[in-house]
Design a protein. Structure first.
Length: 88
């Protein structure tokens, strides 16, 4: 079985998630194409000021995080996921 070609990865300095739809009410993952499968979390920062934020796609696992010390970071997932091998 031949695996389909992997789509080009977005630039690591570009956001993984973007607004989607005619009114911009939805969020789309640029890695796997999932719409509205993104979970956002905001908590007070452990740095003592500001907030730490996290957004991750429940379909592929790609994530973006921000915090007052290190700033913005993107962690794109491998898509499509690697095939699972059966273990004896």
């Amino acid at each position: 079985m031949t695996r389909p070609p992997t789509p080009p990865r977005p630039d690591p300095d570009e956001p993984i998630f973007n607004v989607w739809g005619p009114d911009g009410a939805s969020i789309r993952c640029r890695i796997c194409g999932a719409v509205d499968d993104v979970v956002f979390t905001e908590v007070p920062s452990m740095a003592g000021y500001g907030e730490d934020t996290s957004a991750h796609c429940t379909r592929c696992g790609s994530a973006e995080t921000t915090d007052p010390i290190f700033g913005w970071r993107a962690t794109p997932a491998t898509w499509p996921p690697p095939p699972k091998h059966d273990q004896p």
